[in-house]
Design a binder for this molecule. Structure first.
Ligand SMILES: [Zn+2]
Ligand SMILES: [Zn+2]
Length: 169
């Protein structure tokens, strides 16, 4: 609760002006000067995962455009001319109209992502159909083999049909 004592703590001075008459009514102006209480920060609001993702994308864009601006300002880049960039795969310098291009060509892009895939460690997962452990690159892989995936899908379809039958019965 806000007590009068608390309010006085914030008040620096109060100036009471002499009363004046406005339209026959007596009016008195009172100025209240408040003490500087420091910058007031609003608590951060909780963001949903989608909002967080959006914020991250916006931040990335801001960094990119800042980088582009820096290059233009430093005279390293002229508007309308291609950017001089370094290929992430072969390390060669190449030119592109897009400041965020990563590869000198489609071939380098393909090779780079192929290497990246190959360097990813294999994860040990458990098959959701037969329960045996297996290795996969993607953590959301559900089944150890195509036959388990097919069998699981068939079972799901069968269960779905049966539950529909029960509903109509
Ligand atoms: Zn390259
Ligand atoms: Zn399996």
């Amino acid at each position: 609760m806000l007590t009068p004592q608390m309010i006085y703590e914030f008040v620096d001075k109060i100036v009471v002006h002499s009363p004046i008459k406005v339209d026959g009514e007596r009016e008195q102006q009172v100025d209240i000067y408040l003490k500087f209480i420091g910058r007031f920060e609003l608590p951060p609001t909780e963001l949903t995962p989608e909002e967080e993702k959006r914020q991250a994308t916006l931040k990335r864009h801001r960094i990119k455009s800042r980088e582009r601006y820096r290059m233009i300002k430093a005279g390293e880049h002229k508007v309308g001319e291609p950017f001089r960039l370094t290929c992430k795969n072969c390390g060669k310098t190449f030119e592109s109209m897009r400041s965020n291009a990563m590869f000198c060509g489609a071939d380098c892009r393909r090779k780079f992502y192929k290497k990246e895939r190959a360097s990813k460690p294999l994860l040990t997962l458990r098959c959701q159909f037969c329960g045996s452990s297996f290795k996969a690159k993607r953590k959301n892989t559900k089944f150890c083999s195509d036959s388990c995936r097919h069998a699981a899908n068939n079972l799901k379809r069968k269960n779905l049909k049966e539950s529909e039958k029960q509903k109509s019965a």
